[in-house]
Design a protein around this ligand. Structure first.
Ligand code: PEP
Ligand code: MN
Length: 363
């Protein structure tokens, strides 16, 4: 179901924005000097539009640095005064939200652990009612698009129209290359559900390590995301949280220089007509694919009837294993991705077994 919420484009509250929205600043604010020195360097780069700084830090285990607390809000005010950048922090309960609004922060965001809790989100929504703060909603730690959308709706129902979703990846089941699994599919689903909701990416929390920031940032632009939140620190090696994923402002600039910004449309008639030609070919190939699948289904059903007549099971492991090996080998020769071929034939086979079982269970 597509929901037509009247959410404002980012340019409504950041009229000077002429590029993707770039939010940067430390994972955690640590000292007044660290907050201001980082901000002054960032502000020199005209691509940075909002300054972030964590004040209350939701740490997985107790005992690690849990944030500097309310004093950090004063440093954020100083940053805004010195640099002119809008400033924001994460809030995780009603009290944080009240303090952030009282300090006049321009942006607040709901962290991944909080988005996963509708009670917490509602508590925050009740406080922001009637304000014109920008609220950003990170995805929940689990890839549940409904939970993410539910949090956005709660904020929207509180009368907030300046909303942005932040994709920061999902807790993986086991150790993976990245700290959090990107699962881009969930972002596509959110875009389909809420077509006019701006979505930005937080490569820092997906990557967990500096070396992966570039590839994730570029992928975010390739996917049409409207901006990035990238953590930066005047001296990442001394950072009290997320040291391995923060960049110096100078390294941030280098990363931004390498990124190619893509647009949903090229506004170039030649390009559009070339694209149309290619899309028409894809349409024809897809139709052929479906017709071929339909012929396959006819044969699968015949086999099902034949098995039934001879009291043979629908699922026959040996031929199935052999079929899969064979298809993967053909796929390899055709330079198709091995996982893709496996997943495709698992699906095809699953449906074949379903059809044959149905034939056997009739009467
Ligand atoms: C953060 O932005 O510093 C943070 C804690 O993010 P997340 O909620 O994505 O873990
Ligand atoms: Mn962080």
């Amino acid at each position: 179901m597509t929901l037509k919420l009247d959410i404002n484009p980012i340019k409504t509250w950041l009229p000077k924005l002429d590029n993707p929205l770039l939010i940067s600043g430390p994972c955690s604010l640590e000292t007044e000097k660290q907050a201001l020195d980082t901000a002054k360097l960032l502000a020199k780069d005209k691509r940075v539009f909002v300054y972030r700084g964590g004040v209350w830090k939701p740490r997985t285990r107790p005992g690690s640095f849990e944030g500097i607390g309310s004093i950090g809000l004063k440093w954020l005010q100083m940053v805004r005064q010195e640099t002119g950048l809008p400033v924001g922090t994460e809030v995780a309960n009603a009290q944080h939200t009240e303090e952030a609004l009282k300090a006049g922060l321009d942006v607040i965001w709901i962290g991944a652990r909080s988005t996963a809790s509708p009670f917490v989100v509602q508590e925050i929504a009740d406080v922001v009612k009637g304000s014109n703060v920008v609220v950003m909603v990170k995805n929940p730690v689990n890839p549940d698009v409904q939970l993410w959308m539910g949090a956005i709706e709660r904020i929207y129902q509180a009368g907030i129209k300046n909303i942005v979703a932040i994709h920061r990846g999902f807790t993986p089941f086991s150790e993976t290359k990245y700290r959090n699994y990107p699962n881009w599919q969930t972002v596509i689903e959110l875009r389909q559900l809420l077509p006019n909701l701006p979505i930005i990416c937080d490569p820092s929390h997906i990557a967990g390590k500096r070396e992966f920031l570039y590839e994730i940032s570029q992928k975010a632009f390739d996917m049409g995301m409207e901006g990035l939140m990238l953590e930066s620190h005047i001296d990442p090696s001394c950072a009290l949280s997320d040291a391995a994923q923060q960049l110096t402002p100078a390294d941030l600039a280098k990363l931004l220089d390498r990124l190619v910004i893509r647009h949903e449309n090229a506004n170039n008639p030649d390009f559009e007509s070339q694209l149309d030609v290619l899309r028409n070919r894809i349409d024809a190939i897809d139709t052929e694919l479906l017709e071929t699948l339909s012929s396959r289904v006819d044969i699968v059903k015949k086999i099902g009837q034949y098995k039934k007549d001879n009291n043979v099971t629908a699922l026959q492991i040996n031929p199935w294993t052999k079929l899969m090996e064979d298809r993967v080998n053909i796929g390899k020769k055709l330079e198709l991705n091995e996982n893709f071929v496996k997943t495709l034939f698992q699906l095809i086979h699953e449906d074949s077994v379903r059809m044959q079982t149905e034939i056997m269970d009739k009467e």
